[in-house]
Design a protein around this ligand. Structure first.
Ligand code: PGA
Ligand code: ZN
Length: 437
């Protein structure tokens, strides 16, 4: 029993200078556990609600004073004396107290902050590492398939577009997956090499090879989306690595953001309004010509019919990840499973709003053969929870952003630390996690 004695919150700031919630939970006789909540820009319409002080002139209405008050007031009163090591109970109380289906009353930024800080406090109180505590919690979530703890394959942003880089490209991310690496450290060193070569290649061609987007990827104004893929393939080659065999390509299309009135409005190379089927043709063509193994949000969050046809066409060739589509929500994932839509799910803690609900969604995914990809948000902080989460659950993949900006590197550095500290206890998953892709 780790009895909660104190819960405190404050407003701090994320990597875009946006206010966010930091929470400290203290159990009797031990040091506080602390967590900071991240924040998205290309948010899905069905995510849990992030509470901001929209009606206040302070910080142009972006403040989170109300969410902070909810933690220090109502939530602190309700959770005082509760057992921080019983994550299910903590998170059930948070959901019951909120009383809505999407955390719109207390704010998912308030509930997630408390949920995660309680987990850190429980680890402190038990005198065990955070990753070991998370692994205990994970094993207590009902499910049948139980992956061992492992080091994830990183999916790393190289070129940023869409809402993360001022609309330079339609596609939000061109990413690399160092599938042929033998350890996390080697995977990471390959990533750094490719990232450096890419910056040079872009500069050599007259593009902005040093300006980066919200997640640290380069944000060049390329002529078209496909050029982004071409540049990344060249950078892999220029680093002396084999595209596909050693380093593969991933895309986050983030298509919800250019889907309007039944069609996909691409601005590059020329204004093109594509139907879902034309989008699928385009992606199928790219998959045939480039070493692409993973595509996220290829179609919009409401386009279930398009998604079904996409999965029938490409689902056996590549990983198809639902981010805005599934929003880490069990009911939406259940619909996906029943309708045969997608084969993988992006996992973002703040889309769900509590740790336990996030883990339940991951359990459903793994039991139904959907690969979970643990993900950061475009607005991040020094908080490294997702690195431990990916290891503790054996999720297999992690997506944090690029190889620059400390809010990204904080997570990769934590993975390097865990690789060293857990040497002999855990393995790097490498290409195994992608099966036949
Ligand atoms: P977001 O972007 O955090 O801005 O939503 C990340 C993603 O789309 O994967
Ligand atoms: Zn996404």
């Amino acid at each position: 029993m780790c009895r909660i004695e104190r819960i405190h919150a404050r407003e701090v700031f994320d990597s875009r200078g946006m206010p966010t919630v930091e929470v400290e939970v203290t159990c009797a006789g031990s040091r506080p556990g602390r967590a900071i909540v991240p924040s998205g820009a290309s948010t899905g319409k069905y995510e849990s609600v992030e509470l901001r002080d929209r009606d206040s002139p302070r910080l142009d209405g972006t403040g989170v004073a109300r969410a902070v008050e909810n933690v220090c007031g109502e939530i602190a009163a309700a959770l005082k004396g509760a057992d921080a090591s019983d994550q299910q109970d903590i998170d059930r109380r948070l959901c019951d107290l909120d009383g809505t289906d999407n955390k719109r009353r207390l704010g998912a930024n308030a509930t997630l902050g408390v949920s995660l800080a309680a987990a850190y406090a429980a680890a402190e109180a038990q005198g065990i590492s955070f990753v070991d505590h998370l692994n205990r919690v994970w094993r207590s979530v009902p499910g049948t398939v139980n992956p061992a703890m492992s080091l994830p394959l990183p999916m790393v942003n190289m070129i940023s577009g869409g809402l993360h880089a001022g609309g330079n490209l339609d596609i939000q991310d061109v990413l690399i997956l160092p599938v042929g690496a033998g350890s996390f450290r080697q995977a990471w060193e390959w990533v750094i090499s490719v990232y450096r070569r890419l910056g040079r290649l872009l500069s050599d061609e007259g593009y902005e090879g040093h300006l980066v987007g919200d997640e640290g990827g380069y944000g060049p104004r390329l002529k078209n989306n496909e050029d982004g893929i071409r540049f990344v393939v060249s950078a892999i080659e220029s680093a002396g690595l084999e595209p596909g065999e050693q380093v593969a390509i991933g895309l986050d299309v983030a298509a919800s953001h250019f889907y309007r009135d039944g069609s996909y409005h691409l601005s590059k190379p020329t204004e093109a309004n594509l139907t879902a089927d034309a989008m699928i043709d385009l992606l199928d063509d790219w998959v045939a010509r480039y070493p692409i193994v993973s595509i996220e949000d290829a179609l919009g969050e409401d386009d279930w019919n398009g998604w079904k046809r996409l999965t029938d066409r490409l689902g056996s060739k590549v990983q198809l990840i639902g981010d805005d589509l599934f929003v880490t929500n069990r009911a939406r994932l259940q619909r996906g499973v029943e309708e045969g839509v997608g084969n993988s799910i992006l996992i973002k803690l703040n889309q769900a709003g509590t740790l336990w609900e996030t883990l339940e969604t991951m359990r459903l995914a793994i039991d139904r053969g959907y690969r979970p990809v643990i993900s950061a948000r475009s607005g991040e902080t020094e908080d490294t929870t997702i690195a431990d989460l990916a290891v503790a659950t054996g999720a297999g993949q992690i997506k944090v952003g690029s190889a620059a900006r400390s809010e990204r590197l904080a997570k990769y550095n934590q993975l390097l630390r865990l690789e060293e500290q857990l040497d002999g206890r855990i393995e790097f998953v490498g290409s195994k996690v992608l099966g036949g892709f």
